[in-house]
Each structure stands twice: as structure tokens, then as C-alpha cells.
Write a protein that binds this ligand. Structure first.
Ligand SMILES: [Zn+2]
Length: 160
């Protein structure tokens, strides 16, 4: 089985059998040492996405209104998953609802990395890659103009 993986798989450290592929920007987002070790142990192949598939993902995300929720990294992951799913069975492993939603619209199989993904409410914020300030939304830092990445702020358990 071939898996396209986002950072959550390595952060959670879930053990799966198969071949793993990710994009360079996911590797760049892995700050946690355990997550980096986990990625090395899984012998993950890092491949940049191609522009043709990035455009296909962007077009679909615009149509489904997921585009505001998707970071540049999310779009690269989806592009890589779309590229592979066109020629073989591929599963995208992600805990991100917007990525899951867009993937399903693109006909890509998805699997959550965490166990409780459906019960959790995730909230997000953007963090500047330059000055590290945090903002509720936007793609470009209003202070220094650097690009901003999406970050998970907290995780709230829904009441049963
Ligand atoms: Zn900034």
C-alpha cells in the first residue's frame, strides 16, 4: 500500500505497513524530534509536487470553498496524492478536515492518523514564517509580509 502522509502521521507516530511519500514542506514543518525520528524510521520518500497537479487541486478547492482553509503545504500534499492516485491505489493520511474534504472531492482515499478525529473539534490559526507572530487568518503576515502557515491551536472534545 502506498501512503501520502502529512505531518500528523509522524507526530502521532502511528505504525503502518507500506510505502510512504510526503512533500518537502511537510518535512520543513516537523519541529518535534520524535516526529523527525518517526519519519526516518518509516523510510519516507520526499518528493516535490508538480505544477499540473497543484493547479488541479487549487481549482477544485476554489470550487468547493475549501481554499481559504488550505495552506500551501496542504495543497502540495493534495497535489502529490492526486498524482499518485491517478496511476495506483493511494491513501492520503491526514487529520486535517479541509484536506480530507478536498481529497474526497478529488476522488482520493483518505485515512486519519489519529484515533479520535471525528470526535474532535479543531481550531486553527496562522503563524508567520518570518517573525513567528500569530493571526487568526490570512496568507501573508500583515507585519513583515512573510508567508504564513496554518497551525492547530487546540483540540476540544465534543460532549457525548
Ligand atoms: Zn511576520
Amino acid at each position: 500500500m502506498k501512503y501520502i502522509a502529512d505531518a500528523s502521521l509522524f507526530i502521532i507516530g502511528k505504525r503502518l505497513e507500506g510505502n510512504f511519500i510526503t512533500v518537502p514542506s511537510v518535512v520543513g514543518e516537523l519541529r518535534d524530534e520524535n516526529a523527525r525520528t518517526s519519519m526516518e524510521l518509516m523510510d519516507v520518500r520526499v518528493e516535490p509536487p508538480t505544477s499540473v497537479f497543484i493547479k488541479k487541486v487549487r481549482d477544485k478547492a476554489l470550487a468547493t470553498r475549501d481554499s481559504e482553509e488550505l495552506s500551501a503545504t496542504d495543497i502540495e500534499l493534495l497535489a502529490k496524492a492526486l498524482e499518485y492516485s491517478a496511476r495506483e491505489e493511494t491513501t492520503l493520511v491526514t487529520d486535517d478536515f479541509a484536506v480530507q474534504n478536498t481529497a474526497l472531492q478529488l476522488g482520493i482515499k483518505v485515512m486519519p492518523a489519529g484515533q479520535r478525529i471525528i470526535k474532535d473539534i479543531l481550531t486553527w490559526e496562522k503563524q508567520c514564517m518570518g517573525c513567528k507572530r500569530r493571526f487568526p487568518q490570512g496568507d501573508e503576515c500583515p507585519v513583515c509580509g512573510s508567508p504564513m502557515n496554518k497551525r492547530r491551536t487546540n483540540r476540544v472534545r465534543k460532549n457525548k
